[in-house]
Ligand binder design. Structure first.
Ligand code: GLP
Length: 242
């Protein structure tokens, strides 16, 4: 694990974006596993700025988002597709055909998980996988439990997760109860993981994930086993790891 600690989010986001841009400039057809949540917003802003300055093009990349809520239309303001359009996709040279994200309104969710899984299998080893971690240790929507899944699957969100994620919904009641998530397989198979976490609120779970035992009750702990993970933290997030 390569750990880098930053005084502020600006420097952290810039460093993580630089690592991504290097990969894309070396391989313009790079495959990118993308995450949502507050944490990667700054990274996506830096990617947009680099594109606007002509430092990178996304013309030939393919993107695979790790998760999507069940039951929200793509255009729903709280869907992860809408999140990605808002923070990245609408601002760079990326066509719709290059974007892949689970369809949370599929009539047959099991079929949708199979469709998405076969897409990921066809993609093979993703060149980059962006990840952060939930307060309960979830990665994507791989929630704590006695078992973890390698493949794309439908997950019932824990009430903890629904409460934390309700910050971006008008009310808790409107937070979906289920989601479709990439399993840990493609993430662990990725050539490089760019892991980002910020703020004191993540310090405790980061210590568990990176300094604790490998434990399915802390899905993030599996990341200790990845051979090429770059961990970008700010000083508040790293406080229990040193
Ligand atoms: C969300 C997403 C995860 C994300 C995590 C942390 O539920 N499904 O992919 O990493 O929670 O989100 P945040 O970055 O807002 O703390």
């Amino acid at each position: 694990m390569k750990l880098a600690v930053f005084k502020n989010e600006e420097e952290l986001d810039l460093a993580a974006a630089k690592s991504m841009i290097e990969v894309i400039n070396e391989n313009p057809e790079a495959t990118l596993g993308l995450a949502t949540g507050q944490t990667p917003i700054g990274l996506y802003q830096k990617l947009v700025q680099a594109y606007q300055k002509g430092q990178v093009t996304f013309k030939q990349v393919t993107t695979y988002n790790i998760d999507e809520y069940v039951g929200l239309e793509k255009e729903h303001p709280q869907s992860f597709y809408h999140f990605m359009k808002t923070h990245l996709f609408s601002h760079i040279d990326l066509n719709e055909v290059q974007i892949h994200i689970p369809n949370g309104t599929a009539s047959n969710l099991e079929e949708e998980t199979e469709r998405y899984e076969s897409l990921l299998m066809k993609a093979g080893q993703l060149d980059i996988q962006i990840l952060s971690i939930g307060l309960n240790g979830h990665i994507g929507f791989n929630e704590p439990g006695n078992t973890l899944h390698a493949e794309t699957h439908v997950v019932t969100l824990t009430e903890d997760t629904r409460k934390v994620n309700s910050k971006s919904f008008p009310s808790l009641a409107e937070v979906p109860k289920k989601a479709i998530t990439m399993g840990l397989g493609p993430m662990m198979k990725a050539k490089k993981i760019i892991f980002i976490a910020k703020g004191e609120e993540k310090a405790a779970i980061l210590k568990q994930a990176f300094k604790g035992p490998i434990d399915p009750l802390v899905p993030g702990s599996l990341l200790q086993l990845h051979p090429n993970i770059e961990v970008y933290l700010d000083e508040k997030a790293v406080k229990y790891m040193m």
